[in-house]
Design a protein around this ligand. Structure first.
Ligand code: HEC
Ligand code: HEC
Ligand code: HEC
Ligand code: HEC
Ligand code: HEC
Length: 222
């Protein structure tokens, strides 16, 4: 299952991926690839903002994060180390649910998954096209908070896509990251607020840590 079929990302022709290795080699192939990308144009689309699929288990971030106070990294434990944030395996849920709410119907798929060893079939909410390279650890370690890209997850009963995840959206921050930088140890804190002006703090962090997100094509299309 790959999200909603109305998603404009399907407009982008799959065959473009065939050209992708060319960009790594550079030269004429790379030039053709970029020419094709440019010809296809920079249409200012909104990509699935508000997309909120129904999940096989009514897992609530509002309850587990907002009320129980769990840190994102308890479940998304690769987010600081790898490109992907990782959806937790059933075992993570069972750390508590082998004892908590063991009679709940809502948890039936979790208990079945635990018994059979087959993972719960969570449905992806955010999904960039294959021709875009994204990496969580780079952002998180430089002090971009989850909330900047995912919104107030701690208030969501079901996860919904808050931002367009379009090229324009990525570039807006890459051109002016100071609006979003915070101390890296605060990246998962949904309630964090700068003591004074965000822009002042952001500029200082940017300078001290020499943070300069690139905007050339190869950064995200490699
Ligand atoms: C107890 C485990 C747990 C904790 C803690 C947790 N999550 Fe999740 N998260 C999940 C599960 C399970 C899913 C997949 C189901 C869903 O989308 O609701 C998920 C999905 C997501 C998604 C959507 C993934 C996609 O498919 O695109 C985002 C974004 C996310 N979490 C962010 C966060 C953030 C930010 C925090 C901390 C503020 C957090 N999560 C804390 C378990 C957790
Ligand atoms: C740190 C402990 C902990 C972990 C880990 C945890 N939960 Fe929970 N969960 C709870 C508690 C406590 C409640 C019940 C709150 C209450 O009393 O209403 C709960 C409630 C739920 C409910 C609602 C059950 C009902 O009958 O209303 C669902 C569904 C659920 N959790 C799914 C999950 C899933 C899926 C995971 C793994 C991604 C997970 N939980 C991980 C502690 C946890
Ligand atoms: C700079 C923006 C940005 C930040 C910061 C960010 N994310 Fe994401 N996140 C994304 C994008 C974009 C995707 C979709 C990735 C894809 O489709 O390849 C995503 C996907 C996810 C997913 C789905 C699994 C995956 O890796 O594709 C989870 C879970 C998630 N994010 C959790 C988090 C958590 C937790 C944090 C904070 C510790 C966080 N994100 C910080 C942009 C961000
Ligand atoms: C809210 C701000 C923000 C958003 C949104 C954002 N980025 Fe970034 N990005 C950064 C920062 C900060 C860095 C780190 C730059 C540094 O280390 O100097 C970075 C670095 C990167 C890098 C690593 C560049 C390198 O090689 O050093 C890639 C790749 C990247 N971003 C891709 C993306 C993509 C793709 C998107 C959109 C889906 C995106 N980013 C959205 C702030 C952002
Ligand atoms: C910071 C990351 C980033 C950089 C840098 C970047 N792009 Fe993109 N680009 C994206 C993302 C994300 C998408 C996917 C948008 C979507 O899903 O519609 C995209 C999509 C595209 C598309 C598809 C058509 C469209 O509008 O959706 C074209 C063409 C494109 N990029 C060309 C370029 C060119 C040429 C450059 C260099 C001048 C470039 N990109 C630099 C992130 C980036």
């Amino acid at each position: 299952m790959k999200g909603n079929t109305n998603s404009p990302r399907f407009v982008f022709p799959r065959w473009l991926n065939l050209l992708r290795p060319a960009i790594a080699v550079g030269g004429a192939g790379g030039a053709v690839y970029l020419a094709v990308l440019v010809t296809l144009g920079f249409s200012p689309k909104t990509v699935s903002v508000g997309y909120q699929p129904e999940q096989p288990v009514p897992y609530s971030h509002r309850l587990h994060v907002g009320e129980l106070g769990m840190d994102c990294r308890y479940c998304h434990n690769t987010v600081e180390r790898t490109a992907r944030a990782a959806i937790p395996p059933t075992q993570t849920c069972m750390n508590c649910h082998s004892r908590v709410r063991t009679n709940s119907d809502k948890l039936t798929p979790v208990f079945e998954s635990f018994a059979t060893g087959k993972p719960v079939q969570w449905i992806r909410v955010h999904d960039l096209p294959d021709y875009v390279y994204f990496n969580h650890s780079i952002h998180v370690n430089r002090g971009v908070g989850c909330v900047s890209c995912h919104g107030r997850i701690d208030t969501m009963e079901e996860v919904r896509q808050e931002e367009a995840l379009s090229m324009g959206w990525c570039l807006e921050c890459h051109r002016a990251p100071e609006k979003h930088l915070r101390p890296p140890e605060m990246v998962t804190d949904m309630n964090w607020k700068p003591e004074k002006e965000q822009i002042e703090l952001g500029r200082r962090l940017r300078e001290e840590r020499n943070i300069n997100p690139p905007t050339d094509c190869i950064t995200c299309h490699r």
